[in-house]
Design a protein around this ligand. Structure first.
Ligand code: ZN
Length: 346
């Protein structure tokens, strides 16, 4: 049964890698004049790219990105809980409105490699609740992935839509992430294998504002150590603050060492309450990243907002070598973050 389970996963992964869809074709009318600003160390501009029709999808890689914050996924609907079918519907609506998932670390580093005209969004899941990743025990003491847990639903989406690449960060705490004492090692290994990320949510969901500095360092390092006990060498790169509470001392949220364990966070996530800036924007602060609460009120509200104001939304140019931005936003670009890419204004 276990072998069968893993071979199913293998087939599924092969299927995924075979189905990467090419960038969407664009028609060739009314090409606007495009200015390319070579950054240091870049090659000559690629002439083929100049024929792209910017009017077709109005790329804006300085637009905003939603980092969605989910807690419970299960039978109930509420502020901190999303009903399973509503979670499915969220992903479906996001997909139909041209949003595609990217991992948090790729968003932070600006490694957003999506088809032209699509918008990145980031999935985050706090607290390691059972609805995030659940196994169902079979008669022969083996297990299957519960089709109604968040991970299975994301994998189901990517099977249905090959350009919906599985992504998401699970901010877990210990000692029992996902609320099943069995299979913790298997679950963490599968998350990594399937392309998800594991983040820090303190060892036992401590309120970091109420701890001394040495206790904060211990709570954060112990989380990392527990993850690395299951996944040796795994680099935990992001922190979601339990209760949204910051430690008094900022530096220890970013890095620290306790006993033999060090941690280094490239991103710190807040609890609320709006979309985050583009990683190429001057106001992008990876240590204070706002999130959109993905419940029945806030997520639809922001999706409606971006329908009404599409110019606010990050829209990919489909080319990882370029950062394409409307000329009116030029002064808001953080040119230090462009590294290695060419800036293209239109
Ligand atoms: Zn939490």
């Amino acid at each position: 049964m276990l072998t069968k389970f893993f071979s199913t996963i293998l087939i599924f992964l092969l299927f995924l890698s075979a189905c990467q869809s090419p960038a969407q074709p664009v028609d060739k009318q009314s090409a606007e004049k495009v200015q390319e600003i070579p950054a240091e160390g870049n090659d000559a501009p690629d002439n083929e790219k100049e024929n792209t029709d910017w009017q077709a999808y109005r790329p804006n890689e300085l637009g905003e990105v939603m980092i969605l914050m989910y807690h419970e996924i299960g039978s109930k609907e509420g502020t901190w809980s999303r009903q399973v079918d509503n979670f499915r519907a969220d992903l479906e609506r996001l997909y139909q409105e041209n949003y595609r998932p990217v991992n948090l670390n790729d968003y932070i580093s600006g490694n957003i490699n999506l088809p032209a005209g699509t918008t990145p969004f980031v999935l985050t899941f706090d607290d390691g609740t059972s609805g995030h990743l659940r196994f169902i025990e079979q008669d022969d003491s083996q297990y299957i992935l519960d089709p109604d847990c968040a991970v299975a639903i994301i994998l189901e989406m990517s099977k249905k839509y090959p350009d919906f690449t599985p992504a998401g960060t699970f901010f877990i705490y210990y000692p029992v992430p996902f609320r099943q004492s069995k299979w913790i090692a298997e679950k963490l290994a599968l998350l990594q294998k399937w392309g998800f990320e594991i983040g820090n949510h303190a060892y036992n969901h401590e309120n970091l504002a109420k701890l001394s500095s040495s206790e904060v360092v211990e709570a954060l390092a112990k989380n990392v150590r527990a993850t690395q006990d299951y996944l040796p060498g795994y680099q935990v790169k992001s922190l979601a603050l339990p209760y949204g509470a910051r430690a008094k001392e900022e530096a220890i949220l970013r890095s620290g060492k306790w006993e033999e364990t060090s941690y280094q966070h490239n991103a710190i996530l807040l609890v609320g309450a709006n979309p985050a800036p583009s990683p190429f924007a001057q106001n992008f602060d990876p240590y204070r990243l706002p999130r959109v609460r993905a419940d029945g009120t806030e997520l639809p509200r922001w999706l409606d907002y971006f329908q009404k104001y599409p110019e606010k939304r990050y829209i990919s140019d489909g080319d990882n070598d370029f950062i394409t931005v409307p000329r009116t936003l030029e002064e808001k670009i953080n040119k230090n973050k462009i590294n290695g890419k060419k800036l293209r204004l239109y």
